[in-house]
Design a protein around this ligand. Sequence first.
Ligand code: NPQ
Ligand code: MG
Length: 368
Amino acid sequence: MKLTEIELRRVALPLVTPFRTSFGEETARDVLLLRVATADAEGWGECVAGAEPRYSSEYVDGAADVLRRFLLPAVADLPDLHPEAVAPALGFVRGHRMAKAALELAVLDAWLRARGVSLAGHLGATRERVPAGVSVGIMGSLPALLDAVAGYLDAGYLRIKLKIEPGWDLEPVAAVRERFGDELALQVDANAAYTLGDADHLAGLDPFGLLLIEQPLPEEDLLGHAELQRRLRTPVCLDESITSVKAAADALALGACRIVNVKAGRMGGYLEARRLHDLCHARGVPLWCGGMLETGIGRAANVALAALPGFTLPGDTSASGRYYHLDVTEPFVLRDGHLEVPKGPGLGVEPLPEALAELTTSVERVPP
Ligand code: NPQ
Ligand code: MG
């Protein structure tokens, strides 16, 4: 396989409602899509980097730059392009995992479409639908939070994740438990907003029977997470820290987490994400698929991944309508609290030309 066309496309998607986390508030998503073509097929990839380097060190202009200058030329130069060859060919570039993942996904999609194989099938999916959870942003008030959670539960979401930060943690969790009861599958995500000095305070979450607390401490602090886990009954789950299978194996060996959030972008690609799945599945480590406010392109890939047998908890694989009134593809919809896994070749979804045109802010052709 050889690339005949490469296109970097930026799309801007206004959010249905502002989404606030401990690292900032988003009102729109600025997304980099990658389109490649070969003699036989077209492939799409999505880069999950945000507009600003707040969730992680990557950001969308940086991803576009490293793709244009280093990653795309390295892949275009490969004599026999194959999905498994992408990550090794990009190994000379340190970091930039989200940019690498977008490129690997576009190549995978083209390769699978040319062969009539679905991404879910290729990865080893065993389910036709995946349970959907939803991530609920930090709100100004408890009544607003309770209304939002009630709306998501009415829509059918099977698990609620509350974003937390210092000053918005015990009270919202207590209020949600009080209103919706102990049976509600409930977890929290701090996006690295705490320090080990907050351990006693965070132990105040223990009586609420949460599924997990996600990434309380900074990305690099595995030992801190291990110490914190010793002081909490609530299972610690890592997100930002899990940048590779090796990082996950180290975290598990240290006792830094008991549960793993899998995000392909954060780990450099869906193939590395599948290897993390395999490790966790073999060891019986609970696992779930995270989300980065993807368009239908990245969402389709996440849903395919989440259909593997080791995903034992509902993911942040929400319906498109949780974030967007208009998506670049046909929207993913909730049916009985689940999303259907696409069956068609590759991602099984395609951008809709009209929606794509309406949302596009720039297109750049890169010579293959
Ligand atoms: C998380 N996602 O699990 C992330 C955080 C997140 C669904 O909670 C732009 C770029 C906006 C990256 C918003 C969810 C983002 C983003 C949230 C990441 O930690
Ligand atoms: Mg997270």
